[in-house]
Design a protein around this ligand. Structure first.
Ligand code: NAD
Length: 344
């Protein structure tokens, strides 16, 4: 949930995987399976060493536990990382070797797409692993819808108004950010956008009428909502003190460089919806794919708006920041399931 690396003792299982033939070096972290099998992406990235790869897998797996619990899913938290350049020529060999390790876990970890992997990669992994997700569709559409639902819920709970005329600054116009731009523009929001890839910014401007600003200006743009959809850690101690937006709600994982900054934002009356609440739409779509049932998928994704409203009201009542309250609500659900399991 921030830069701190959770202790190994907090995990059910951490697997350090290797394969001599392909040269695979990967880590699978299973944080908690109380609510169900762990689901989380396979990230492919070149890390400086195995310790850095394990640290990333652990941080991400822990966040998945909270994300699943708050989204009301019967899933736990897990994640895996392959320590390799995504452009490696032998990536298929690496993915297949990694898949054999996943399959050895007997379904305790269900893989999904993540940074450096694609839907086609998950199809390949699915030739070895019995249960995979995001092998049929890119979950980004649903992530975008969930973020917009979170913005709608937050603005409704705070000001009792809709999205029309709301000024939203979007940092990053990739798979998720550009769809958030389209959805918000359809509801009458006024957009300010930035991407380090100028072509993407120009495409969004042409479709939505958004004002394009340089990437260096987006975090302090004159907007109501800051919506980070690029890298994590963008709200650091300095920005938390100087931010002019009244809401921080985005898709990027670990938006706060340190979860303690949630208290700084609260003290400044800035409404912050934790990313593990706002960006759960993709996970909800992955869960539906695994269940083989899309019937209530959109409804479940839109329910992120209700979860957001409840979270903000609970945080207001308790006088606590939203990250602490969201984690407490997730832990309560897991503890309840654990207690029920023990009495059966
Ligand atoms: P993406 O790689 O498709 O898009 C990221 C975009 O951000 C790119 O267009 C890139 O050029 C731009 N960018 C990078 N640095 C920037 C900067 N400093 N300023 C402005 N733009 C910058 O990624 P995505 O799939 O759209 O995901 C966005 C974020 O949301 C990531 O942090 C990801 O981990 C998170 N997330 C994504 C999903 C999903 O379903 N795709 C789900 C949960 C969380």
């Amino acid at each position: 949930l921030g830069d701190a690396v959770p202790d190994d003792a907090e995990f059910e299982q951490i697997l350090h995987c290797s394969d001599d033939h392909s040269g695979l070096s990967s880590v699978i972290a299973i944080h908690d399976t109380t609510l169900g099998p762990s689901l989380g992406g396979i990230r492919m990235r070149r890390y400086p060493d195995q310790a850095a790869a394990a640290a990333d897998a652990k941080r991400l797996a822990e966040a998945m536990t909270y994300k699943s619990a708050l989204a009301g899913l019967d899933l736990g938290g897990g994640k895996s990382v392959i320590n390799a350049d995504p452009a490696a020529p032998d990536r298929n060999e690496l993915l297949l070797a990694h898949a054999r390790h996943i399959q050895s876990l007997g379904g305790r970890y269900i893989p999904a797409v993540d940074m450096g992997t694609t839907v086609a990669d998950l199809r390949l992994v699915g030739t070895v692993v019995s249960t995979v997700s995001s092998s049929r569709r890119d979950p980004s559409d649903f992530t975008a819808r969930g973020v917009v639902a979170a913005i709608r819920g937050a603005v409704q709970a705070t000001e009792g108004r809709g999205l029309s005329g709301l000024r939203v600054g979007i940092q990053g116009l990739g798979h998720v950010g550009r769809q958030i731009a389209d959805l918000l523009a359809d509801e009458g929001a006024k957009l300010v956008v930035a991407d380090i890839d100028d072509r993407r910014a120009r495409e969004v401007r042409a479709r939505t009428g958004a004002v394009v600003v340089p990437p260096s200006d987006i975090l302090l743009a004159d907007v109501d909502v800051l919506c980070p959809c690029a890298a994590g850690g963008v709200v650091d101690a300095e920005l938390a003190k100087t931010l002019t937006a009244r809401y921080v709600i985005g898709a990027a994982n670990n938006v706060l460089a340190d979860p303690a900054l949630a208290a700084t934002l609260r003290a400044r009356d800035i409404v912050h919806v934790p990313d593990f609440v706002a960006n759960a739409g993709g996970l909800i779509a992955c869960a539906a794919e695994v269940r083989g049932d899309d019937s209530d998928l959109l409804h479940r994704v839109e329910a992120i708006g209700d979860t957001t409203e409840n979270l903000l009201r609970t945080a207001g009542r308790r006088g606590q920041d939203t990250v602490s309250v969201a984690m407490q609500l997730a832990e309560d659900r897991i503890a309840g399931a654990r207690a029920a399991g023990k009495t059966v």
